[in-house]
Design a protein around this ligand. Sequence first.
Ligand code: ADP
Ligand code: MG
Length: 258
Amino acid sequence: MADAFFEVQGLTKRFGGLVAVDDVSFRVGRGEMVALIGPNGSGKTTLMRCILGILKPDSGKVIFKGKDITRHRSCDIVKGGIAGTFQVVKPFRNLPCVMNVMVACLCTRAKKGEWTKRLERKAREALEFTGIADLALERAAILPHGDLKRLEIARAISTEPELLLLDEPFGGLNPAETDLLGKSIRRLHKGGRFGRLHSEEMAMLIVEHKLMDLMKIVDRVLVLNFGQIIGQGTPDEIAKDRKVIEAYLGKEVIIGAS
Ligand code: ADP
Ligand code: MG
């Protein structure tokens, strides 16, 4: 079989006696939009952190474009083309937004000769992509939560990832902000519209609780429960999957695909 674009093989992560991620395997194709869903505590964030090299898995492999990146350092993983955003946003509060983004791209693909002017141009493009270009010179500290989420995404895409991991991008957003960010994510995925960044489609792995919003934008869904993948398929298939519905029983979660 041809090499997958991105593949996780038998990944396991334990915290003491707790198996947070339990022998998880899946693939993501080039340019594919994949949702990772599951109840609280099912291991979604831990899995993302293992992929990004923030946590070291106990066993299993992460393969990106045919290369085993499992034990690589986070900064090398980002350089290689995978970036992520986190549930809790932590900007440099006293730096202007544009500098928050510049810091992110500085530590990654600053090519020889690429210095502040080019870096700033790239950072501004990333802000434009996420719809907050007008806030470039504002300190991050004054941004409302919705715009901070956009800033996080701008920081991640400024590193020009081929695979973007988003951990609860809609968390804490109101319906209007969620809708706007959903549109940005779709636009990001298509790429090309604002300048040079992402002229090719970007693959994404998105963790989110707001399933209705998520189902509108993804090609495929992976479902985690107690650290294990209990279902995968298209949004329509997942919405009918008995195991998945049971995992969510008792919660007011409607897995609406249409
Ligand atoms: P999710 O993102 O799906 O809500 P997490 O990956 O955050 O789930 O957590 C999975 C399990 O691992 C939970 O039981 C959580 O308490 C535990 N866990 C997560 N991070 C740590 C940690 N750093 N130390 C110990 N236990 C952790
Ligand atoms: Mg989480």
